[in-house]
Design a protein around this ligand. Structure first.
Ligand code: AMP
Length: 114
C-alpha cells in the first residue's frame, strides 16, 4: 500500500498541529481550514478510502467518530453543532488517500454541500 502525507503525520515523521491522539487515531488541524474549526481525524492504520473498509475495521470507524465527538467538545462546538465529512475518491474531491474524517464547525453550514 502506498504511503501518504497522513501516514507520515501519524508516525510523527512530519509535523502537524495535533489536537488529539490515542493508540488507534490521530487528529490534527487542516492546513487549509474551511471553517474556524477544521480538524482531520485519521486512523493510524493506512486505509486508502471508504471503499477499502473491511468488516474488521468496524471498531476502528467507531473510534474515529468517538474521537470526533471528543474533539468537538474540546473545541467548544459540540452544543452549537458541527459537520463530519468523509470524501471518497475523485468525484467527492478526495485528495489524500489515507482515510480521514473532516470535523468542521464554528460557523453555520449550508446544505446541500458543494
Ligand atoms: P480530502 O480532499 O478529503 O482528501 O482532504 C484532504 C485535506 O487534507 C485537505 O482539506 C487539505 O487541506 C488537508 N491537508 C493536506 N495536507 C495536509 C497537511 N500536511 N496537514 C494538514 N492538512 C493537510
Amino acid at each position: 500500500m502506498s504511503d501518504t502525507i497522513f501516514g507520515k503525520i501519524s508516525r510523527g515523521e512530519i509535523p502537524a498541529d495535533i489536537v488529539y491522539q490515542d493508540e488507534a487515531v490521530v487528529a490534527f488541524r487542516d492546513l487549509n481550514p474551511q471553517a474556524p474549526t477544521h480538524v482531520l481525524v485519521i486512523p493510524r492504520k493506512p486505509i486508502p478510502t471508504l471503499n477499502a473498509l473491511e468488516a474488521e475495521d468496524a471498531e476502528l470507524v467507531g473510534k474515529l467518530f468517538l474521537a470526533a465527538r471528543k474533539i468537538a467538545e474540546q473545541e467548544g462546538i459540540a452544543a452549537a453543532g458541527y459537520r463530519t465529512v468523509i470524501n471518497c475518491n475523485a468525484a467527492a474531491g478526495q485528495t489524500v488517500f489515507h482515510l480521514h474524517l473532516h470535523l468542521l464547525g464554528g460557523r453555520p453550514m449550508g446544505w446541500p454541500p458543494g
